[in-house]
Each structure stands twice: as structure tokens, then as C-alpha cells.
Design a protein around this ligand. Structure first.
Ligand SMILES: [Fe+2]
Ligand SMILES: [Fe+2]
Length: 192
């Protein structure tokens, strides 16, 4: 479920309080989240740039709003100087990840989103498990759990919209590339 009011969370969790208490590993994790949510926003912009399909456009508009809320939440925890130096790369990669399948039709986009969100859900899961070791960061952990819930809903909605039946070999190869690229982006943005 999308957050009703990310701004109330921003006010409540104020970044000044948050960053002072964050261990370096948590900062690195948040840098990957910020890179990922930046890319996610651009994925839907890529879809909306090229797809004429009304149902897909409505899907992309809804998801875009949620990803923008996620990005604001992560930004409330991660100061600008801690963010990835490669944000222009993540924006372009995200845009292409949405734009390219949009040229092939809705099913390709839904399969792509299913692949991306399957990866993102797993990524948040690992981070939430690590955060269990930091009871003082329970509010951050809950924030990420809420994001994870949204990503699971996105994944499930995309899977349902894709419909039954095995995707083509080409589409499966593309989704494999998206998965590998997402893993690489997380590794790089952890350090850069
Ligand atoms: Fe997200
Ligand atoms: Fe998402």
C-alpha cells in the first residue's frame, strides 16, 4: 500500500536526527536504496514516454507516484553528500529499462516490472534483516518494510497484468539482463 503522507514521515523522522545515528553499513544500504528508487522513478517515466496503451499508462502513473514517495522517504534519511555519484547513470539505466520494453508492448513492460520488483523486494528483505540488529533504528526498519510491501504489490500487480503463459525466450533473456543489471547497480552504488 502506498504511503498516505510521506511528508508527515519526513517531518517526524527528520534527517538530522537520522544521519547522526546511522552506522556506515546502514548508510551504504540506504545509498543503494536511493539509487534504486531514483532508477524506479525513471523506469516509469520511460514507460510513459513511449507507451500509448491506456491501461499500462494508468499502471505506470500509479507506480510512479509510489516510487516518488519512496524516493522522498529515502532522501529524508540520506543526506545529499552521501548519495551515489552515479545518479545520472541510474537515471539513464532506469529510463531505458522502462522505455525499451515499452516499444515492444505492455506484456514486455509488465514482465520487466515483475523482474525488477522481485529483485527489489529481495533487496529490501536482506536490508530489513540486517536492521533487526539495530533496535534504535526500528523506525527506519519499519519505513523500509512499508516500501517493501509496496514493491511486493507492484510485483504481484505486474505478474497478474502479464497474464499466464511463459514469456518468449527474448523476453526472458531481457528480464535476466534486468536482474543482473540491478544486482550490478546495487554493488556499484554501495561504494560509488
Ligand atoms: Fe520503490
Ligand atoms: Fe516499486
Amino acid at each position: 500500500m502506498m504511503f498516505d503522507s510521506p511528508h508527515s514521515a519526513l517531518t517526524h523522522f527528520g534527517s538530522g536526527f537520522a544521519i547522526a545515528a546511522l552506522p556506515q553499513q546502514v548508510v551504504s544500504d540506504l545509498r543503494t536504496d536511493h539509487a534504486g528508487e531514483t532508477g524506479a522513478v525513471c523506469i516509469y517515466r520511460g514507460v510513459l514516454r513511449f507507451s500509448p496503451d491506456p491501461e499500462l499508462r494508468a499502471f505506470a502513473q500509479r507506480h510512479l507516484a509510489t516510487e516518488q514517495a519512496h524516493l522522498l522517504l529515502v532522501e529524508s534519511w540520506l543526506p545529499a553528500k552521501q548519495r551515489s555519484h552515479l545518479l545520472p547513470v541510474w537515471r539513464l539505466a532506469g529510463f531505458l529499462t522502462g522505455a525499451l520494453p515499452a516499444l515492444f508492448g505492455p506484456r514486455a513492460v509488465y514482465a520487466t516490472i515483475e523482474a525488477v520488483e522481485t529483485f527489489v523486494h529481495q533487496h529490501y528483505d536482506e536490508q530489513v534483516r540486517r536492521l533487526a540488529a539495530f533496535p534504535a533504528l526500528a523506525t527506519l526498519r519499519q519505513t523500509l518494510l512499508n516500501c517493501q510491501g509496496d514493491e511486493a504489490a507492484h510485483r504481484n500487480e505486474a505478474a497478474a497484468a502479464r497474464g499466464p503463459g511463459q514469456p518468449s525466450v527474448l523476453l526472458r533473456a531481457w528480464c535476466w539482463m534486468v536482474d543482473v543489471g540491478s544486482k550490478g547497480a546495487v554493488t556499484l552504488s554501495r561504494h560509488l
